[in-house]
Ligand binder design. Structure first.
Ligand SMILES: [Mg+2]
Length: 262
């Protein structure tokens, strides 16, 4: 396998580092070995139901010694965008309570009334109701912008998959007859730009590791970074021919990462 000198790994979580509540075998050892060699790790999650520090806590529970600022998720980029440019906007949230709290902490107002909404934000919402879809739809009809944290159709759990944010975004988009104006998660490049700000490294020295072609591998391609697909999550190697793009490396799991690091 060809090797290249990378200085940082941008790793996906669900399906890559762990699958539901189970750490991928060998992941901790790979993290520790490469960290010892001076490789920087950032964990990139599309998950908008948890904050970045919550996600860091979860990774530490798996036994990996990571700090809060080693995690970037789709809401990290959303909150940064709000605090820098959209503090005066009023947000109607189809998402978890934590997302609403984060939007308020970023300096904007969260509203319930679709007629006084500037932006509808759609995310994973385990308390989704018809009423929330209805209010989002009314707001969009009245000219609100449509933002999505991410568009993953499903996410892996220990014994299969659950519906993801993308299923909810699709419901709103179908009703409205339009796609989101802005998406913050992979494969959009917002998280890559934030990661590069944190790492202070050129993009060519970053390796993206993930389990999904249409999020992780496309993200790497959009961001101008190399990528490694792991086969512990959503993608079977036989499905690769369906895509017009491909990863630089294909690995059985994250445990084999050291094999491609020069
Ligand atoms: Mg994944």
């Amino acid at each position: 396998m060809k090797k290249k000198k990378y200085s940082a790994i941008l790793a996906d979580l669900d399906g890559t580092l762990h699958r539901g509540g189970a750490l991928i075998p060998g992941a901790k050892e790979a993290y520790e070995e490469l960290s010892r060699k001076g490789i920087k790790w950032l964990f990139l999650s599309n998950n908008a139901a948890r904050t970045a520090p919550d996600i860091a806590t979860r990774i530490r529970q798996f036994g990996l010694d990571v700090s809060d600022d080693q995690v970037v998720n789709s809401t990290s980029v959303l909150f940064q965008a709000i605090s820098e440019k959209h503090r005066n906007a009023r947000f109607l949230v189809v998402g978890e309570a934590r997302l609403s709290r984060g939007i308020e902490e970023a300096g904007a107002e969260v509203v319930e009334d679709p007629l006084s909404t500037d932006v509808v934000v759609a995310a994973l919402d385990t308390g989704l109701t018809y009423d929330k879809l209805r209010r989002a739809h009314v707001a969009l009809q009245h000219g609100a912008q449509f933002w999505a944290t991410n568009t993953d159709g499903s996410f892996p759990v220990e014994h299969g998959f659950y519906p993801g944010a993308g299923s909810i975004v699709a419901a709103i988009a179908t009703a409205a007859g339009r796609q989101p104006d802005l998406v913050f998660g992979k494969p959009s490049t917002g998280m890559a730009e934030l990661a590069l700000e944190i790492l202070r490294l050129p993009r060519t020295s970053c390796l993206v590791v993930g389990d999904r072609m249409e999020t992780d591998i496309l993200f790497a391609r959009n961001a101008g970074m190399s990528s490694a697909l792991v086969l512990t999550g959503a993608t079977k190697v036989t499905a690769l021919c369906k895509y017009p793009y491909g990863p630089d490396y294909i690995l059985d799991s994250i445990a084999h990462l050291a094999e491609v690091m020069g």
